[in-house]
Design a protein. Structure first.
Length: 178
């Protein structure tokens, strides 16, 4: 059974095919994809992302939650979760995105606090990793406020929109931060 998480203001629930339009709205929005590694030009192309969410659960390599409010659970405003879950080493990579209308209100911090607590308690992770575009100080700042340690920079490791990007690398160990 999928672990629905509740925070004081938000519900984090399973992402389903009914959410395809909301996922497309986020992963095609210019402000969201500016620093995000995945984007889609059409609703049909977004099905690749929907398949990815399902494969994470099926293969036990990760889990992502759709973010909504309890009074409107059908309306996704973002998503967050884990991929690259290594059960042997007890680590996974954290990812997240949020529609711009909800930026600056502490939404992602509140939601990530819940998924971090879940990762250490229920998933029994020892380490959570996150990588963010070097040019995205808001995301780096969020990770620092959550207790993540900046561990270095992966220089020009991704190619996007005709140029190489460098990524800030962060880590959080069980018992640290928060």
């Amino acid at each position: 059974m999928f672990p629905t998480l509740e925070t004081p203001r938000f519900r984090l629930r399973e992402i389903t095919l009914a959410d395809t339009r909301a996922i497309f709205a986020g992963l095609s929005h210019p402000q969201v994809i500016r620093y995000y590694g995945v984007s889609y030009a059409t609703l049909e192309a977004t099905r690749v992302q929907m398949d990815w969410y399902r494969s994470l659960l099926r293969e036990r390599t990760g889990i992502w939650w759709g973010i909504c409010t309890p009074d409107n659970p059908a309306h996704l405003i973002g998503a967050c979760g884990y991929h690259e879950w290594d059960h042997g080493h007890r680590c996974a990579e954290l990812g997240y995105w949020l529609l711009p209308d909800y930026w600056g209100g502490g939404v992602m911090r509140e939601c990530l606090e819940a998924v971090i607590a879940h990762a250490f308690a229920a998933m029994r992770l020892h380490r959570i990793e996150a990588v963010v575009d070097l040019e995205n100080p808001a995301s780096s700042g969020l990770l620092r406020r959550l207790g993540f340690t900046h561990e270095g920079v992966r220089r020009e490791c991704e190619y996007k929109d005709g140029r190489y990007l460098s990524l800030d690398c962060f880590g959080l160990l069980a018992g640290e931060g928060r």
